[in-house]
Unconditional design. Structure first.
Length: 478
């Protein structure tokens, strides 16, 4: 995203101060047309549920998800949506299978295609494993049907409770921004509606919903916050605790937006000519929090979301990297130092997979060679007609030094130069060839292991006797 295109978060389209100002009881005027309010929100945020999308609504049968699927069904013709509903039966209650069947019947009467899933094995009775299983199944079903969005029924009360929960657990500014309206293909369009508004709308619409008894079980931390802590704070404090929590969220969101903007500007200033390469001196001049945000944003460009702990540790550790060193960031990414640059790349690019190509003798021939992720076309013989900008060399090789091999760099390789024998590792270092690129450079060796040519860098200084026939080798990057 271009920096000039970013706008500071405001009231419209976000569960911020505009929502905070509303009373937490039902708003009778707004309740008469909850559909219109959702429609207006989607007009402002067209990317939340784009026109023509196939949407998969996660339904538990409770008030929020029931209202959500009915609201989206009422708007589906205007937006040309293909609405599906999906229910994951955790198998935690004796009646859960029957409830799933009843819910399926209600969805089919509505004309919405229904999907139901169950865990492959008994789940542990804890929120996190149940949540992971549910979302994994939802994403699998969404992939099967080709859904563009997975839609959940989180509301404004859930938002306030989440912020308080994170405050009690301990969190940074990003945690105080609460539940995002969109993360990838998962969207939550009801975050600007209170639970009271949703229940009143269901009542006016004559729609029933199933109340999960586990939502009243105060053994769960979130239920204790909802049913005990928040009511106690409001009773003894004499003020709107939920509203103040959402005001905190609005402030945190504004700070987060500014932080991201500063990090993007710093990232652009430190960027080198090639993608994912940054000036080490510039990055080390930043405070650790800014470095951490830079790493998080750079990882996001690769589709990887890094945790706050991971980027903070990495931001501190990059000071100690010597050229050629690096470490994994997580999510399949790695950061490495290449001389005066820092490079972020997929860890898989460090694999050393490579081919070998044999030149049996002085006769003409051709072939292809793959070194890591690079491919080369190679021709050789006593005479080779020059082609394009290919690298060429003419070697005089004794007959008993054949076959020649073209391969990648190996540990211990040395080459004879005018100043004496030298390790290729040192040759690469003096030429400032990054470690990540060294295994992609073709090297020609004879049958005795002597390095004759390092393509693009240097050739052996020792020539064979003049009576030997000259061999021309041409190597072109594919």
């Amino acid at each position: 995203m271009n920096i000039t295109e970013m706008r500071e978060p405001g009231v419209i389209g976000l569960s911020t101060l505009g929502s905070v100002r509303r009373a937490w009881g039902p708003d009778t005027e707004a309740l008469t047309d909850l559909t219109r309010r959702l429609d207006a929100q989607l007009q402002v945020q067209p990317d939340l549920l784009p026109t023509g999308s196939r949407v998969l609504v996660a339904v538990s049968g409770g008030p929020d998800s029931t209202a959500l699927v009915h609201l989206l069904d009422r708007l589906s013709q205007s937006y040309a949506w293909d609405v599906h509903a999906a229910h994951f039966d955790h198998g935690m209650r004796p009646d859960s299978a029957r409830e799933a069947e009843d819910l399926g019947s209600r969805m089919r009467r509505l004309g919405v295609r229904f999907h139901v899933g169950r865990p492959a094995r008994q789940l542990r009775a804890a929120h996190e494993p149940m949540r992971r299983a549910r979302y994994a199944w939802l994403e699998g079903i969404a992939g099967e049907i080709g859904a563009d969005r997975i839609v959940t029924g989180h509301n404004l009360d859930d938002q306030a409770e989440t912020i308080l929960f994170r405050m009690l657990r301990g969190t940074g500014n990003r945690g105080l921004t609460g539940i995002p309206e969109r993360r990838g293909w998962i969207v939550r369009p009801l975050l600007s509606f209170t639970a009271g508004e949703i229940r009143e709308w269901l009542k006016q619409a004559g729609l029933g919903a199933v109340e999960d008894p586990s939502n009243l079980d105060v053994r769960w931390a979130r239920n204790r916050i909802r049913h005990q802590l928040l009511p106690a704070l409001e009773a003894h404090g004499g003020f709107d605790v939920r509203g103040r929590l959402l005001a905190i969220r609005a402030a945190a969101e504004s700070v987060e937006w500014r932080s991201i903007r500063v990090a993007r500007m710093a990232l652009a200033a430190a960027s080198c000519s090639e993608p994912d390469k940054f000036s080490r001196a510039s990055v080390l001049g930043w405070p650790v929090p800014l470095r951490a945000e830079m790493l998080r944003l750079a990882a996001r460009e690769h589709g990887v979301s890094l945790s706050r702990g991971a980027v903070t540790c990495a931001a501190k550790d990059i000071d100690s990297l010597s050229s050629g060193q690096g470490f994994d960031l997580g999510g399949g990414l790695r950061i490495e130092r290449e001389f005066d640059q820092l490079v972020i790349r997929p860890a898989a690019t460090r694999l050393r997979g490579s081919d070998r190509l044999m030149i049996p003798g002085i006769s003409s021939g051709s072939g292809t060679l793959r070194l890591c992720s690079r491919a080369y076309r190679i021709r050789w013989g006593p005479e080779v007609v020059p082609r394009g900008e290919a690298e060429r060399v003419a070697l005089v090789v004794p007959g008993d030094h054949y076959p020649l091999t073209i391969r990648g760099w190996e540990a211990g390789d040395r080459i004879r130069l005018p100043a004496g024998s030298r390790k290729l590792k040192r040759v690469f270092g003096e030429a400032r060839v990054p470690v990540s690129a060294r295994h992609s450079i073709p090297i020609v060796v004879d049958s005795r292991g002597n390095v004759l040519w390092v393509v693009g860098l240097t050739r052996c200084a020792v020539e064979a006797a003049a009576q030997n026939t000259e061999l021309v080798i041409e190597i072109e990057h594919d």
